[in-house]
Design a protein around this ligand. Structure first.
Ligand code: PRX
Length: 655
C-alpha cells in the first residue's frame, strides 16, 4: 500500500504480475486511435464461419449491428474448437454439488453432451428462433442446455430457480417459450426441495405456449407427471447421438433473453445477440481476469439465473477455454468454510464474487479463511454493487494475502459484459473505485444537461460527494450492448435512450463521481431499483405484490442501507378499512405474499403498517422521506408535502 499526498490509499500492480499480464497499457491508446480496428481485433479471437464485412452499423441507433455480415456458432466457439485444437482432455467444468458429490467434465465430454441435447431438441421440433426457458439450479445440465440452445440458434431465457411459479409464468409467457428445461428438485441446505412442481404450478390454469417440460433428475424426489408433456432427460437426451454439426448464425441472431427488474412492476426481457456479445464477454474475461487457458482455475460464484452467470460462467470462460469450478450450493452449508475448502481443493486462482458475500465473510470472521491454504489465488473480482472500501481492503488483505489485484467490475444485464474495471497488471487501484472504462468502452459522468460533472476530491472513507454526483452514461455503442427489450420497443427507447436523447447516450440508471485523477466511483442506482445482495429488484414489483394481498390498500417500498446486503427492502403499507391489523401475523402473511409472487430474494426485511403515506402535491409518494425513516435519519425537506403531519402518523404507526 502506498499513501498518496491526499491520504487515499492506492495499490499499484506488482512488477511480476504486470510482466505476465494479458493486458497492457497500450490497449487504451490503440482502442482510442481506431475503435473499429480494435474491436475487429477482439472479434478475431473467435472463429467465424463467414468473416464480417463491417465492424459496426449504428445507422439504426439505438439498435446496433456489430460485425455485419459475419456468421458464427457460439457453441462451436465455446466447445468444439477447443476439442479440435487438441484440448479435449482439459477439464471444462469442475462441478461441486451441494451434498459434496462432484463431477469433472472435459471439453470432449462437454461437446458430446451438448451435441446429444442439440439432437434431442431438434427431434422435439424446435427450430432456430424458438424460445426455451431454463429453470434450473447450478447443475452441469443447465450449462449444457444453454449451449445446446446456442448451438441450434434457439433463444434461451434462463429464469433463476429461486423465482416463484408466478414469476416463472410471467417470463415464460412474455418470451413465448415452447419448452421449459428444469430439474426434479434442488438441494437447499441438505434438503431436496421440489422444483418441477413449481413448473407444474406455473403451467396450471390458462393454456400456455409451452409444449414440453424436460426434466433432469437431480435429487430423486417424487415428481408429479403430465403424460406427453413431460419428458425425462435421462430417457431422451442421454440416448441421443453425441455427434452434431453446428450451423452458423448471423452475428445479430438472438442468443438469449434475460429478464431484469426496471422501474415498473413488469420485468424487462433484455435481448442479447450473437457476435458482439461473444466478442466482448470473451475479450473482457481474458483481460479483466487475466485468464490463462490451461493454467488458471477460475471460479465465478454467481448463479446462471443472472447475467454474471451467463457472461462469466458460460460464454466468456468457455470461449476462452477455461477450467472452472461450478458450485451448486450456498457458502455456509454445511458450514462457513465451504468456499475456502473449494478453493483449496481445486487450487482456484481467479475468484469472482459479490461485495455482499465479502461483507458476510467479514462478519463470520477472518479465522475461517485463515484455516485454509488460499495461496493459489492470484486475482479477486467483485461485481453487482458498489464495494465499500473497508470490504475491499479486507478482501485483499485476508483473502488475497495483501498480494492479489482486485478488479471491481461495473456492468449490467443490459451491457452484457464488463464495461468499467481496473486492468490487472496495468491499473493502480483504489479501494471502492471501479476506476476506468475498459479499452474500447466509453463512459461519462454528466449532470442533468449532459455537461461533465466537476472532478472532486474523493475520500473513500467519508464519501461526501453530493455536490458532484452525476449520471453515468455510455456515449458510444459497445459490442455486447442489449439490442432491445423483448416485445417492447417503446420501453427500450423510454428507459435507456430518452434521458439524453439529444446526445444519443445510453442512460445507465447509476449515479457516479469522478475524482481528481479522473477515476470513476460508482454510487449505485438513482432510480427506483433496489440492489439487495447484488440482486436487482424494483420497488414497483414489490409494491404490486403487496397490493395483490386483499388486505392492502396501498404500498410504498424503499431500499434502506444494510450493512451486509447493501440494501434491505422496507415496505410501508396502508390497510383496507375492513382489514384488522393483527401485527406480526399480518406482517408475516404479507412477507409470504411477496415470496409467493416474486421470490424469497424480494421478501421485505421490514413491513410497517401505517395510516398514511407522504405524498407531494402532485400525488407522488416521497420515497426519499420514507428512506429517511427506514434508515432512522433526520427528516429532509418536507416542504412539498401535502401534509407534513403525515410523518408523525407514520412514525407512530411504525413503532
Ligand atoms: O447499480 C449497478 C450495480 O448493479 C446494477 C446492474 O445490475 P444487474 O443488471 O443485475 O447486473 C449485475 C451484474 C453485472 C448496476 O446498474 N452494479 C453492478 N456492478 C457494480 C454495480 N455498482 C457498483 N459497482 C459495481 N462494480
Amino acid at each position: 500500500m502506498t499513501e498518496t499526498a491526499d491520504h487515499r490509499d492506492s495499490y499499484p500492480p506488482t512488477a511480476a504480475f504486470a510482466a505476465a499480464a494479458n493486458a497492457d497499457a497500450t490497449l487504451y491508446q490503440r482502442a482510442q486511435t481506431d475503435r473499429d480496428a480494435f474491436w475487429a481485433e477482439q472479434a478475431d479471437r473467435l472463429q467465424w464461419h463467414r468473416p464480417f464485412d463491417r465492424v459496426l452499423d449504428w445507422s439504426a441507433a439505438p439498435v446496433a449491428k456489430w460485425f455485419v455480415g459475419g456468421t458464427l456458432n457460439v457453441a462451436y466457439n465455446c466447445v468444439d474448437r477447443h476439442v479440435l485444437d487438441g484440448h479435449g482432455d482439459q477439464i471444462a467444468i469442475q462441478w461441486e454439488g451441494e451434498p459434496g458429490d462432484s463431477r469433472a467434465i472435459t471439453y470432449a465430454e462437454l461437446l458430446a453432451e451438448v451435441c446429444r441435447a442439440a439432437n434431442y431438441l431438434t427431434e422435439l421440433g424446435l427450430r432456430a428462433g424458438d424460445r426455451v426457458a431454463v429453470y434450473m439450479p447450478m447443475v452441469p445440465e443447465a450449462i449444457i442446455s444453454m449451449l445446446a440452445c446456442a448451438r441450434l440458434g434457439l433463444t434461451h431465457s434462463v429464469v433463476f430457480a429461486g423465482f416463484s411459479p408466478t414469476a416463472l409464468r410471467q417470463r415464460v409467457d412474455d418470451a413465448g417459450a415452447r419448452l421449459i428445461i428444469t430439474t426434479d428438485g434442488q438441494w437447499r441446505r441438505g434438503t431436496a426441495t421440489p422444483l418441477k412442481a413449481a413448473v407444474d404450478e406455473a403451467l396450471s390454469g390458462d393454456p400456455s405456449t409451452v409444449e414440453h417440460v424436460l426434466v433432469v433428475r437431480r435429487t430423486g424426489i417424487e415428481v408429479p407427471w403430465t403424460q406427453h408433456r413431460d419428458l425425462w432427460w435421462h430417457d431422451t437426451v442421454e440416448h441421443a447421438t453425441p455427434e452434431h454439426e453446428a450451423q452458423p448464425f448471423d452475428a445479430e441472431h438472438p442468443l438469449f433473453i434475460l429478464y431484469t427488474s426496471g422501474t415498473t412492476g413488469k420485468p424487462k426481457g433484455i435481448l442479447h445477440t450473437t457476435g458482439g456479445y461473444l466478442t466482448q464477454t470473451s475479450y473482457t474475461h481474458h483481460i479483466v481476469f487475466d485468464h490463462k487457458p490451461g493454467q488458471d482455475i477460475y471460479w465465478c460464484t454467481a448463479d446462471i439465473g443472472w447475467i454474471t452467470g451467463h457472461s462469466y460462467i458460460v460464454y466468456g470462460p468457455l470461449s476462452n477455454r477455461a477450467t472452472q469450478v461450478v458450485y451448486e450450493g450456498t457458502p455456509n452449508f454445511p458450514d462457513e468454510h465451504r468456499h475456502w475448502q473449494i478453493i483449496e481443493k481445486y487450487g482456484v486462482t481467479l475468484y469472482y464474487t459479490a461485495p455482499t458475500l465479502v461483507r458476510t465473510f467479514m462478519k463470520w470472521g477472518r479465522e475461517i479463511p485463515a484455516a485454509h491454504d488460499l495461496t493459489s489465488l492470484r486475482l479477486l473480482g467483485s461485481v453487482g454493487e458498489p464495494i465499500n472500501p473497508e470490504a475491499w481492503r479486507w478482501y485483499r488483505e485476508v483473502i488475497g494475502a495483501h498480494r492479489t489485484p482486485i478488479v471491481d467490475t461495473w456492468w449490467q444485464t443490459e451491457t452484457g459484459a464488463i464495461m468499467i474495471s481496473p486492468l490487472p497488471g496495468v491499473t493502480t487501484t483504489k479501494p471502492g473505485a471501479a476506476m476506468t472504462p475498459l479499452p474500447g468502452i466509453s463512459a461519462r459522468v454528466v449532470d442533468e444537461d449532459g455537461k461533465p460533472v466537476q472532478k472532486a476530491e474523493t475520500d473513500a472513507d467519508s464519501p461526501d460527494r453530493s455536490a458532484v454526483v452525476g449520471y453515468l452514461v455510455l456515449d458510444q455503442p459497445w459490442p455486447a450492448m442489449l439490442r432491445g427489450i423483448w416485445g417492447d420497443t417503446e420501453r427500450f427507447h423510454e428507459t435507456y435512450w430518452t434521458r439524453f436523447a439529444e446526445q444519443g447516450w445510453y442512460f445507465a440508471g447509476d449515479g457516479a463521481t469522478l475524482d481528481t485523477d479522473g477515476d470513476l466511483w460508482i454510487l449505485g442506482r438513482i432510480d427506483d431499483v433496489m440492489n439487495v445482495s447484488g440482486h436487482r429488484i424494483s420497488t414497483a414489483e414489490v409494491e404490486s405484490a403487496l397490493v395483490g394481498h386483499s388486505g392492502v390498500a396501498e404500498a410504498a417500498v424503499v431500499g434502506a442501507t444494510d450493512a451486509t446486503t447493501g440494501q434491505g427492502i422496507v415496505a410501508f403499507v396502508i390497510l383496507t378499512a375492513e382489514t384488522e391489523n393483527t401485527g406480526t401475523e399480518l406482517v408475516d402473511e404479507l412477507k409470504a405474499e411477496v415470496t409467493k409472487q416474486i421470490s424469497p430474494i424480494a421478501r421485505p426485511r421490514q413491513i410497517h403498517i401505517v395510516p398514511e403515506l407522504p405524498k407531494t402535491r402532485s400525488g407522488k409518494i416521497m420515497r426519499r422521506l420514507l428512506r429517511d425513516i427506514a434508515e432512522g435519519r433526520e427528516l429532509g425537506d418536507t416542504s412539498t408535502l401535502v401534509d407534513p403531519k403525515v410523518f408523525e402518523a407514520i412514525r407512530t404507526g411504525k413503532a
